[in-house]
Design a protein around this ligand. Sequence first.
Ligand code: DX5
Ligand code: ZN
Length: 216
Amino acid sequence: MVKIGASILSADFGNLNEEIKKAEEAGVDFFHVDIMDGHFVPNISIGIGIAKDIKKIAKLPVDAHLMVENPDQFIDEFKGMDYITFHIEAVKFPFRTIKKIREIGAEPIVALNPATSLSSVGYILGEVHAVLIMTVEPGFSGQKFIPIMTKKIEKLKDIIANNGYDTKIFVDGGINVETAPLAVKAGADVLIAASAIFGKEDIKKAVKDLRESALK
Ligand code: DX5
Ligand code: ZN
């Protein structure tokens, strides 16, 4: 069954406690926290302190999505997170980054911007928990899913299967009831959504709708 990660980027930051509880009651599988530095992406979101507070409040696992330059320098600070997602475009030595993430007890996930080729992660595919395919340009919630990303997901699924890896495929960006079935059909195992969850009045219904759409 497909898993759903709730990206808190569209949550009400003044009411994080409530928002997290609501999402947990609605049946999401984990939280996805977007960290942006205004350099790697043209936006600034939240930092390490709030990410740690979210980890304290949440009963479910937390994934920190680092959209920052030189993520290696911050990895130790994220100790306690369950998953750490780093961008292949932001690191020079991915094997070293993966090692650092494992050393603090987290599972490494490598993210690729939409135009980044799959060959950039070919040699590390067997070393990471998952590959996160960005299905929008990173930086903002509420953007439109880039349709050709389904081809990228299909290709990645093939590469993973052909090599006998156990690597999962996450998708992030523009995931809603229309695009979730396309991503899942192409091979996505995990859907991450912000506006399709926290942007909705009834979070419980939003999560249920998203889950059901993925079965189509
Ligand atoms: C975008 C972030 C996403 C974002 C998704 O840079 O990585 O996690 O919050 O937002 P939606 O689901 O609204 O596209
Ligand atoms: Zn994200």
